[in-house]
Design a protein around this ligand. Structure first.
Ligand code: G16
Ligand code: MG
Length: 217
């Protein structure tokens, strides 16, 4: 049977989550406040606009619409400086093994990311050709935990949501997958991702047996 396997990007395929954190932290510091790594969990998987809204609220700061746009642009410029230095050494462990296994077994492989920089990052790490379809921050209007991005990915693969599996590192993304009626697989810590159907620290813990069960269930 052909199932849909939808991969989140930041924090699942590559550890760009650390670059988002650094860039947002520098921005907050420049505005005169800071936020913690625990607060940062709430930014994962969330769109650029929603992230800045949360950060400004944490700092009890309000800005004009023009300033808001300027701050988003500033953050993205710094983020892109990190991205431009990336290469395939930054692909997270065993991601290529799982991607290649799914492709060899004729499964639908799609990207479902909130990032507007998704294509650039996949090109940098040489994984663009692995994905049959890509749905990213340029294609959706509602940020995770809204299921829009994953429902669009399922549609792009011509596979029913019930036959899709989502790999996610964020709370918002796991919630989006669950709302979309997909199997959610959390990549990261059990303490954070407890709403997921399955949780693994990383792809090295995902066996061929387990993937076969997902394909055949
Ligand atoms: C990612 C990150 C989020 C980030 C969002 C938008 O989503 O997890 O922290 O805010 O993309 O990114 P950009 O500013 O590059 O458009 P995902 O869904 O790939 O984890
Ligand atoms: Mg993510």
């Amino acid at each position: 049977k052909t199932k849909g396997f939808i991969f989140d990007l930041d924090g699942v395929i590559v550890d760009t989550a650390k670059y988002h954190f650094l860039a947002w932290k520098n921005l907050a510091n420049s505005l005169g406040f800071d936020f913690t790594e625990t607060q940062n969990e709430q930014l994962k998987g969330v769109s650029r606009v929603e992230s800045l809204k949360k950060i400004l609220a944490w700092g009890n700061t309000t800005v004009s619409d023009d300033k808001f746009q300027a701050l988003m642009a500033l953050k993205n410029t710094e983020y892109l400086e990190f991205i431009n230095k990336m290469d395939d050494s930054e692909i997270l462990p065993d991601v290529p093994r799982v991607l290649d296994y799914l492709i060899e077994n004729n499964q639908g492989v799609s990207l479902g990311s909130a990032s507007k920089n998704a294509r650039v990052i996949l090109e940098k790490v040489n994984l663009l050709s692995k994905f049959k379809t890509i749905v990213d921050g340029n294609d959706v209007s509602k940020a995770k935990p809204d299921p829009e991005v994953f429902l669009n990915a399922a549609k792009s693969l011509h596979i029913n949501p019930e036959d899709c599996v989502v790999f996610e590192d964020s709370v918002a993304g796991v919630q989006a997958a669950n709302t979309a009626n997909m199997i959610s697989i959390g990549i990261g810590s059990k303490a954070v991702l407890h709403e997921a159907d399955y949780i693994f620290n990383d792809f090295t813990e995902i066996s061929t047996d387990f993937i076969n069960k997902l394909i055949n269930n």
